[in-house]
Structure formats: structure tokens, C-alpha cells
Design a binder for this molecule. Structure first.
Ligand code: IMO
Ligand code: MG
Length: 455
């Protein structure tokens, strides 16, 4: 940005209207999860989206569960609709990288509208999104026993598999009744015939076809050229936020494969998942929780069980927003966060749920690992190495006090400042936001420049 700004103030430039200046003033922000999902991306996007022009999802599907707290008893769990929807002037988009269960999107939109949130006028979906159809869910269930990944059972993996195998249906195919009937019927029969009887397949096919007209009519007016609309906004210097689902260690390339989701939550994929150029991204906000959780199977080096895990789970309400499953709990793992900062190119950190740790007598934070006598400062890429990986901990004093009511850094107890310092020094990235509760009101801004530009 610095270099570009210098060019912008060329003596000739003031002669032209700003819209003609071929430089971008306002970078796009990517909010990305740095752990295994559930970092609090929803609450952070909620807190920075008030003055945004657009918020877009770029990958994943309704496996995501982004919980927003709008009032003391007013809680909203979003699965496909971006978190900006709670602000009446913010445009929301579902980019081409997302796989969309159209029926579940329709239900989510209706639910939001029943709550008085106007959605249809402000939501745009790319026709390039692949659709999740009921046969993807049935197929995932059939595979489930063998794979043992603990997925959300939302058909995510099967829909992305079809996309990559070039047999999937995009929204544009879905909206063409002829191609929908042909392709969906063929896929359904091909996928399910090894698992189901012919009459059961026919019954499912009839159900899919029966639902079709109402879903297609609902979706048709929402279809937009998302890439082009975001490009135009970006050219006009509008604030755009790209909101990830899941997190870095659920990334299909950089996560703990095969215990991952089937998309790329990392920030590098964000422009691709909405159809913007990579140079539009100017701010990567890495969201990390100050302890660790994971849902489903897979390696988790700092996992804890017993009463401490129970206490953290209950105090942090660590239950899946999508499936309701109790989340596995672990100590804060700094090498993972540092690796995630590297892979995502994180510019600023948003740290969440410090309040959940309040009252614990002491804190353990992982600062490295022992792998068969070797000291590692970064987690391995190969999941099988995790079996013998032993975390090395540093002990910190426990944090006491009513953190939820604090709004200034100077009011934080010294143990809280100490934890913050350890994270920032280890990650090598400055923090912008410290979240101390479920609502955007319970947070401390740690970077005034960030606040000025984004909040
Ligand atoms: P948000 O956006 C936490 C996990 C599942 C499973 C693995 C693969 O709320 O952070 P999938 O259904 O995606 O094929 O399952 O990924 N998973 C999540 N865990 N938060 C999420 O989303 C998740 N989305 C998927 O539990 O282990
Ligand atoms: Mg979740």
C-alpha cells in the first residue's frame, strides 16, 4: 500500500476523477481462522463489518457455524449467509468457492427474514457455486463408516469431489431444468447404486425433483456476477471483507490431512473463491482462540480431557454450532498459530475468548514439540507424525477478574497482558482486537490504525 500511495500522488493525478485512477486505495480484508475452526470468526466479522460495503464467503458450505450475539438473549447461528447480514446496509455474497445446499440456504434466509433481517435484497450468489444435493448427503453417510473423519455430514466432501471430477452441478446448471434433470438424475443413480436398492434410489430421485421448482424459484433472483460486483466495489474504494469458514488446520492442503475439510480456508484461496485478483488483498486478519478446540477426528497435540476440559467447555460453551457436538478441548498451541500466520500471511491478529480462561489457577501454553528427541518449533505437515509428537509447555499465571466488562488494555490484569505478550512475540504478528466475550461490545481494540481503517 505504501508504495502504491506514493504513485497515486503523482502531480498529474489530481486532474482526474478518482474513479479513473488505476490504483486501489482500499485493500480487501480476509478474516481467516488460524486453528481448527470455531475461533470466533463470526464475532470478529460482526465487530468489523458495520462500515463494510460487502462481506463475502469464499469457501466451505453449511458445515460452518458462525455464532453472532446480537443481544443478551439474542443469538444467531449462521451457516451460509455471511456475518455482515446483520447490518442493513451491508451487501453479502456467496462466492464461487462455496458449495451451496440450496434448500438449507433457503431455510436460513427465511429464518433470518422471520427475525426481521432483510436478506433477499442484499444477498448475491455466484452462478459458479457448486450445489449440494440430497444424494451428496446420502453418499457421505454411506461412506462415513469407512472414512471415520467425523465430518459434519452436510455433503461437503462429496460436492467438492464432484466439482473436481467435473461432474458437479453449478447453480447455473441447477437453474436450467433440462440440464438439472439430466445431470442430477445421472449423478444420483451413479453414486448411490452401490449402496441402495433401485426403488430406494427412485424414491430419492422423485423427492429431489419434487423440491426442485420451489427451490429454483427462490434461488433464481439471488444469482449475481459476484466477481464483477466485488471488482466494481473495489475499484470505487469500498470496504470488502472476505470471511473464511473452518480454519487453517482444516485446510485440505495445509491441515492435518486427511482429517480436514474439502476446501481451502487459507487466505491465499480467498480471492480465488470470490473471483478477485490476489493483489486486491491488503489485510489478512488471523482469528485465533486463546485455547484450542477441535470437532471430529484427527490429531490434536495439546488435547486435554477430564475436569479441566469440562470446565473450559462449559465456560466457553464449546459445542458445535452446526452439529451440537461437544468440542474437544486443548491448551493454546503457539507453534500452530505461528505456522498459520506464515501460511496465511497474517498482518494482524484477532484473539478471542480470553474470558473463558478467567478463573483457571494457571495456564499451560505449548511453545514447541518433542518428536523422538528432536525439538520442533513448527507442527509437522504429515499427520502420522502427530502420534509421537509431545507438546512442550510453558506455565503462565492464571487470569482473574471480570474481563467481560473491560474495554481498555490498561485495565487488563497483568496475567492477561502477559498471555497476550507471549502470543504476539511467538507469532511475530501484532494484535488488532482482543475479544473478551460473545458480543462485539466485549472487546479491546489494540490497534487504533486498524480500528480507523476497518471499524
Ligand atoms: P466454522 O466455520 C469446526 C470439521 C468437521 C470435521 C471436518 C470435516 O464454524 O469454524 P466436513 O463436514 O467439512 O467435511 O468435515 O471439518 N469442520 C469444522 N469444525 N468448525 C467448522 O466451521 C467446521 N467445518 C467443518 O467437524 O472434523
Ligand atoms: Mg463452527
Amino acid at each position: 500500500m505504501g508504495k502504491r500511495r506514493k504513485k497515486i500522488f503523482h502531480p498529474l493525478i489530481p486532474l482526474f476523477p478518482y474513479s479513473l485512477v488505476p490504483f486501489i486505495f482500499m485493500p480487501v480484508l480476509v478474516a481467516v481462522g488460524l486453528q481448527w475452526g470455531d475461533e470466533g470468526k463470526g464475532r470478529i466479522v460482526h465487530s468489523i463489518a458495520r462500515h463494510a460495503h460487502a462481506v463475502a464467503r469464499y469457501q466451505g458450505g453449511n458445515n460452518a457455524g458462525h455464532t453472532l450475539v446480537l443481544g443478551p438473549k439474542d443469538i444467531l447461528a449462521l451457516h451460509l449467509v455471511p456475518s455482515g447480514i446483520v447490518y442493513p446496509k451491508v451487501r453479502c455474497y456467496i462466492g464461487n468457492g462455496v458449495v451451496v445446499d440450496l434448500k438449507s440456504l433457503m431455510d436460513e434466509v427465511r429464518l433470518l427474514e422471520r427475525r426481521g433481517i432483510r436478506v433477499r435484497e442484499r444477498l448475491g450468489i455466484s452462478p459458479l457455486c457448486h450445489v449440494i444435493l440430497p444424494y451428496h448427503l446420502v453418499f457421505e453417510k454411506c461412506l462415513g463408516e469407512g472414512l471415520r473423519l467425523g465430518t459434519t455430514q452436510r455433503g461437503i466432501g462429496p460436492a467438492y469431489s464432484d466439482k473436481i471430477a467435473r461432474v458437479g452441478l453449478r447453480i447455473s446448471d441447477y437453474l436450467n431444468p433440462k440440464s438439472f434433470k439430466e445431470k442430477a438424475g445421472k449423478n444420483l443413480r451413479g453414486k448411490l447404486s452401490p449402496f441402495m436398492s433401485a426403488p430406494a434410489i427412485r424414491e430419492l430421485e422423485q423427492a429431489v425433483m419434487k423440491d426442485y421448482p420451489s427451490i429454483a424459484n427462490f434461488i433464481r433472483p439471488l444469482v449475481r456476477n459476484v466477481s464483477l460486483e466485488l471488482f466494481e466495489m473495489n475499484k470505487k474504494d469500498r470496504r470488502i471483507i472476505l470471511e473464511s469458514a473452518q480454519g487453517t488446520f482444516l485446510d485440505v492442503d495445509f491441515g492435518t490431512y486427511p482429517y480436514v475439510t474439502s476446501s481451502n480456508p487459507i487466505a491465499g484461496f480467498a480471492p480465488c473463491g470470490v473471483g478477485l485478483g490476489p493483489k486486491t488483498i491488503g489485510m489478512v486478519l488471523g482469528v485465533a482462540k486463546l485455547f484450542a478446540t477441535r470437532v471430529g477426528e484427527g490429531p490434536f497435540p495439546t488435547e486435554i480431557t477430564g475436569s479441566l476440559a469440562h470446565q473450559i467447555r462449559e465456560s466457553g460453551l464449546e459445542y458445535g454450532a452446526t452439529t451440537g457436538r461437544p468440542r474437544r478441548i486443548g491448551h493454546l498451541d503457539l507453534p500452530m498459530i505461528k505456522k498459520a500466520c506464515r501460511i496465511n500471511g497474517v498482518d494482524r491478529l484477532a484473539l478471542t475468548k480470553m474470558d473463558t480462561l478467567a478463573g483457571l489457577p494457571r495456564l499451560q501454553i505449548c511453545v514447541g514439540y518433542d518428536l523422538k528427541g528432536e525439538f520442533l518449533t513448527e507442527p509437522p505437515d504429515d499427520s502420522s507424525a502427530y502420534e509421537e509428537l509431545k507438546p512442550i509447555y510453558k506455565e503462565l499465571p492464571g487470569i482473574n477478574g471480570d474481563l467481560g466488562s473491560m474495554t481498555k488494555y490498561k485495565d487488563l490484569p497483568s496475567a492477561a497482558k502477559r498471555l497476550l505478550k507471549e502470543v504476539v512475540e511467538f507469532a511475530g504478528v501484532e494484535p488488532a482486537v482482543l475479544s473478551l466475550g460473545r458480543s462485539p461490545k466485549n472487546q479491546i481494540i489494540l490497534d487504533q490504525k486498524f480500528e480507523k481503517q476497518w471499524m
